[in-house]
Ligand binder design. Structure first.
Ligand SMILES: Cc1cc2nc3c(=O)[nH]c(=O)nc-3n(C[C@H](O)[C@H](O)[C@H](O)COP(=O)(O)OP(=O)(O)OC[C@H]3O[C@@H](n4cnc5c(N)ncnc54)[C@H](O)[C@@H]3O)c2cc1C
Length: 307
């Protein structure tokens, strides 16, 4: 069977795309490794998604799942390993050795923030360790925090956090921070930032919540401890886009490049929405909005090729 549309991924972008596509009565399939995507990793409540003052990740995922069921969306739980286009249609191969065909495809495979791999990091996720200042920053009002990563993301994070926190250490692994001068100037202008260069984070410690971070001063070899109640990890992001090769262009960070109105890639009929694309703001509401727009654009594409 050839589907009208296959959506890969069922995080906020995929679910939103699927809800819109099902209401257009498209012959639709969702293929995803799991249900809900990164929201499942959320250890504290989500406080910035409209309609809910606070909602736990698993509760939002359950609502997403129920909404797909009530719209009779077919889901296959499998991993997509390649997407190709032959003649008019897309071929999608999966880890379970299945092949699916569709006239249009929306990729919504998100990605993962790169972890530090330091002792205590995993243990304190949601208890002081965060990968999303926009999501968790306000919790750290008047506290001292560390931002690990001295690139543009690290400095932008520090600038945002300076609205809330008392003091921010920016820890940079290299001998010099890498952020643009403008970003450095803005963050340092807050008067709350102290830069620590040549710092290799070794461990994050605390009791119930984070209390300190220990790093190796790579210049002297000495171990140093700073008292912090929050650790924001900003050392990169890995988009899940390796399965689609020649059909799209990639950013320097392996994000898929799309048109910003329709989320169309360079290949007609292939769209990419949410955290897997080059969009700057990686948030649930943004991913859901992009999923809806990509779905409407895919519908327009299907009408066009039908004519
Ligand atoms: C710890 C943490 C806390 C966060 N807190 C907040 C918050 O409070 N508020 C907020 O707005 N944002 C928050 N975010 C960011 C938010 O979760 C993401 O922006 C959002 O989930 C992106 O949605 P998405 O649908 O684009 O991708 P994802 O949520 O990453 O979903 C991707 C989907 O694709 C599937 N997939 C991946 N690869 C394949 C493949 N090869 N084959 C099949 N399926 C595949 C995955 O299984 C998943 O279902 C947080 C992120 C993290 C990590």
């Amino acid at each position: 069977m050839i589907y009208d549309l296959i959506i890969i991924g069922s995080g906020p972008a995929g679910v939103s795309a699927a809800v819109y596509a099902s209401r257009q009565k498209l012959n639709l399939l969702v293929i995803s490794k799991d249900m809900g995507g990164q929201i499942a990793k959320k250890a504290v409540d989500i406080e910035n998604y409209p309609g809910f003052n606070k909602i736990a990740g698993p509760d939002l995922i359950k609502i997403f799942e129920d909404q797909l069921k009530s719209n009779q969306v077919e889901i296959v739980f499998d991993e997509v390993i390649s997407v190709t286009k032959e003649a008019e249609n897309f071929k999608i191969s999966t880890a379970m050795d299945d092949i699916y065909e569709a006239k249009a495809v929306i990729i919504t495979t998100g990605g993962d923030p790169r972890p530090l791999e330091a002792e205590g990091e995993k243990e304190f996720i949601g208890k002081g360790v965060s990968y999303c200042a926009l999501c968790d920053g306000p919790i750290f009002r008047d506290k001292t925090v560390a931002v690990v990563g001295g690139g543009n993301s690290g400095f932008e994070t520090a600038l945002f956090l300076s609205n809330y926190v008392k003091k921010i250490y920016i820890l940079e692994f290299g001998a010099k921070v890498k952020a643009d001068e403008e970003n450095q100037k803005l963050a340092l202008g807050s008067g709350k930032v102290e830069i620590i260069e040549n710092a290799k984070v070794l461990k994050i410690e605390g009791e119930t919540l984070v209390k300190s971070l220990t790093y190796e001063d790579r210049a002297s070899g000495e171990q140093k401890k700073i008292d912090v109640e929050g650790v924001f990890v900003e050392i990169g992001y890995s988009p899940a886009t390796a399965f689609v090769k020649n059909l799209v262009d990639f950013s320097e960070r392996d994000e898929i490049i799309t048109d910003l109105e329709t989320y169309a890639t360079k290949t007609p009929g292939l769209f990419a929405a949410g955290d897997c694309n080059k969009g700057k703001y990686k948030q649930i509401v943004v991913a859901a909005g992009e999923g809806a727009k990509a779905s409407l654009a895919a519908y327009d594409y299907l009408l066009k090729i039908k004519k």
